[in-house]
Design a protein around this ligand. Structure first.
Ligand code: BG6
Length: 478
């Protein structure tokens, strides 16, 4: 067996997003954002999928777990100390846009919001932890959704550019690694999360989603331009949700179908953001789906001139495709669809577990783009049991992570340039898709529950000690 070795400067760490852990939703001058109006519990997925969602808070009907998250807003020092104890080299986090621009369209930022992240970055610096900052992670300011229709509107490009520029100027000496839009290619599946709009109907969904994506591509290029001007050594990446698409069998019709899905879902965004141009296959896809993009003068040149420096990705599952599928064959719970893969087991939420798929993904991406890759999300959402003595024996999580880390090691042996690994939800937080607390990913347990009860106390799971050893030995002890 090949001995796996990780690069000396490999960025081991964990990942979170502001809206899922900060809480303090109306403190420090923060405005409301998308996550503040999404209800908790499994109902959230239905709400996200429905057309015509009204983005209003109705506390008589729903709970809103993102309002207090896990209270990182007040407990960040304790949490960062725990990350440091595990030996984190990097911490991926996002900035809540509406802490900086409460409505999103102001001309001047909110100083209290900026000061909060100064404190977080200073705390990380104390321990030598490198921040990796997502500028937009499913938390578009609510005002931009209600007044402008989210990313359907071109005006958001200007607001985003202003917001990103403020961040670069303020944190230029504190943050080197930046990501523009979280899981940008997921937008066509769940436009509410990525693009901040709820389609009126299925016919307009694709047109609006791709127009929204075009706006985000332009906004991302403008951010890359500004970022490099303000921070000469900045590394600015795109962020993809990557799930390799397998054909169900060797029927060429199924293979072609899988290839087409792979092109549109996995590569279209990367091609624009890394290669700087819409791919050739886009023309036919847009035509066949009645998608007519409004592209302004200068947009295509901008995309060409300011591609990203690296690709970051989330990896949770693969996807198996068949041209014609029955309802019984569909993979229940697999967020991005497909049919059940008979060779894979799934998590308790139906996400198919496929470590080899991560090796395949990294090979696919590196072969295609030849830029450094960074796995900034991966992990197992699971129910954890607190034993009477307070211990949490999450061996299932350790097994999952070990196999995925091994797959990354194999990909590095295959020749892939991998910058780091920040596993998702290094501390338990609110689930993005279901709004549950009980879907836990963390090395650190947080005593907060689906009904909102709990002390918010933190405790270390078995995986905490395991991951600490992985980092200390640079992956040699898997
Ligand atoms: C990714 C998102 O899709 O998956 C995260 O970027 C999210 O925000 C993570 O939390 C896990 O998904 P979930 O729905 O289990 O929280």
């Amino acid at each position: 067996m090949t001995k796996l070795t990780f690069p000396e400067n490999f960025l081991w760490g964990g990942a979170t997003a502001a809206n899922q852990l900060e809480g303090g939703y109306n403190e420090g001058g923060k405005g409301l954002n998308l996550a503040d109006v999404l209800p908790g519990g499994k109902i959230r997925l239905e709400v996200i999928a429905q057309t015509g969602f009204d983005f209003e808070i109705d506390k008589s009907k729903y709970v809103y777990p993102n309002h207090d998250g896990i209270d990182f807003y007040h407990r960040y020092k304790e949490d960062i100390a725990l990350f440091a104890e595990m030996g984190f080299k990097a911490y991926r986090m996002s900035i809540a846009w509406s802490r900086i621009f409460p409505n999103g369209d102001e001309l001047e930022p909110n100083e209290e919001g900026l000061a909060f992240y100064d404190k977080v970055f200073d705390e990380l610096a104390k321990y030598g932890i490198e921040p990796v900052v997502t500028i937009s992670h499913y938390e578009t300011p609510l005002h931009l959704i209600k007044e402008y229709g989210g990313w359907r509107s071109r005006e958001l490009v200007t607001f985003f550019e202003r917001y990103a520029t403020v961040l670069f100027k303020r944190y230029k000496d504190k943050v080197k690694y930046w990501l523009t839009f979280n899981e940008i290619n997921g937008a066509t599946h769940m436009p509410i999360l990525g693009l901040g709009f709820s389609p009126e109907n299925q016919e307009t969904k694709l047109q609006d989603s791709f127009q929204g994506l075009h706006h985000q591509f332009v906004a991302s290029s403008l951010a890359v331009k500004a970022g490099h001007e303000i921070i000469p050594d900045a590394q600015i990446g795109c962020m993809l949700i990557y799930a390799p698409v397998y054909a169900f069998d060797s029927n060429p019709e199924n293979i072609l179908h899988a290839l087409k899905e792979e092109q549109v879902f996995n590569y279209l965004c990367g091609d624009v953001q890394v290669r700087g141009a819409y791919p050739t296959f886009a023309k036919r896809y847009f035509k066949e789906n009645n998608i007519n993009l409004k592209i302004e003068d200068g947009d295509l040149e901008l995309l060409k001139q300011y591609p990203v420096d690296f690709i970051s990705l989330s990896y949770y599952m693969s996807r198996t495709e068949k041209k014609v599928k029955t309802d019984e064959e569909k993979a229940q719970g697999n967020l991005i669809g497909g049919i059940k893969n008979p060779f894979l087991n799934a998590s308790e939420w139906g996400w198919e577990i496929d470590p080899t798929g991560l090796r395949i993904s990294l090979n696919n991406l590196y072969d295609r783009y030849q830029v450094p890759l960074f796995v900034v999300e991966n992990g197992l959402g699971a129910y954890d049991k607190v034993e009477e003595d307070g211990s949490i024996n999450d061996d299932y999580r350790i097994d999952y992570l070990r196999e995925h880390i091994k797959a990354m090691g194999e990909a590095i042996e295959d020749g892939v340039e991998l910058m780091g690994y920040t596993s998702w939800g290094c501390i338990d937080l609110v689930s993005a898709s279901s709004g549950e607390m009980s879907k836990r990913y963390g090395y650190i347990y947080v005593d907060k529950h689906d009904d909102g009860s709990g002390t918010f106390d933190r405790s270390k799971k078995k995986s905490f000690y395991w991951y600490k050893d992985v980092i200390a030995t640079n992956g040699a002890n898997l």
